[in-house]
Ligand binder design. Sequence first.
Ligand SMILES: NC(=O)c1ccc[n+]([C@@H]2O[C@H](COP(=O)([O-])OP(=O)(O)OC[C@H]3O[C@@H](n4cnc5c(N)ncnc54)[C@H](OP(=O)(O)O)[C@@H]3O)[C@@H](O)[C@H]2O)c1
Length: 319
Amino acid sequence: MEYRKFSGLDRRVSVLGLGTWAFGNDFWWGKQSDEVSLDVLEKAVENGINLIDTAPIYGRGHSEEVVGRFLKKRGQRDKLVIATKLGLDWTSGKLFNLKRAAMLREIEASRRRLGVEVIDIYQIHWPDPETSIKESAKVMREFYEQGLIKAVGVSNYSVDQMKEFMNYCPLHSLQPPYNMFRREIEEKILPFCVENNISVLSYSPLHGGVLTGKFFFDNVAVPRDMVRKNLDDLKEPKFSVNKKILLELKKIADSYGKSLAEFVLNWTIHAKGITTVLVGARNKKQIQQNFGCLGWGIKEEDIKKIEAILDKRKKLLNL
Ligand SMILES: NC(=O)c1ccc[n+]([C@@H]2O[C@H](COP(=O)([O-])OP(=O)(O)OC[C@H]3O[C@@H](n4cnc5c(N)ncnc54)[C@H](OP(=O)(O)O)[C@@H]3O)[C@@H](O)[C@H]2O)c1
């Protein structure tokens, strides 16, 4: 495992982090047994992952509770970096809530569910259109100054939103989507983060499993969960184009003796500006396979071929 410096933390973080959205066991990702989730956490940490990302909205507190159970069982709290979030509310009928009172309630609930005194990376999950960035940034600053959190993060923020936030509070990290099919952050967001020493935890590196190729080549049916049934990339006309593109990428992956998942994750952890890649895994087998992305590199000439293949996809899909 490789470890990288993370802004605001005195501990380095593993280049592969474990995302625990699916551990929520709800309509987003469908059924997930807690025992299996605990096995995945154990396997991940055994193999050197020290960063675990969760959020209250993942199963309405359930994912945080599972991570809390794991921390209690495992001990060695100080060896792990726990990232969670706030700002998505399932109780009021309004999804976004970054009002001060809600933020104060949320941090207490997360600390209780996780069983921790201090949250290592605390992230605003999405901007709240009804609360100014100034108001929520000032509350994050209070948490930081009170020592309740070690690093201040935001997720799904634009450059302008980060700039506004930084007027009122130190900003250590950003959590944006990033994978071979979703590269919007390369243009402005990643350069801004590099320039401003903002660590980046990128999410959905396998595009919800699309980039493993399994829905295209292995006869795996697209699950009817909320995440996958709504993905355009798994529906025509994109499906056929993606299949063609993934086949070309798979040929390069094959030349390294790697699966598409290992190949795609390797590309992602080496992308400029990325600190750590949050990958989801539903069982021990998947997390074990994903470790195959570590300890090797893609040759420069193949990086160029990947660029050309991904450019071709954009043209075919008019993106
Ligand atoms: N901040 C945000 O707004 C936000 C948004 C999304 C995600 N995240 C974070 O990022 C984490 C990861 O993103 P993600 O869960 O969306 O997606 P991801 O890592 O792109 O995909 C994970 C899914 O792909 C499948 N998979 C993983 N490894 C596999 C393998 N080796 N072979 C075959 N299938 C495999 C599994 O689902 P199946 O087995 O069911 O196919 C798994 O749940 C989340 O858990 C969460 O912590 C944050």
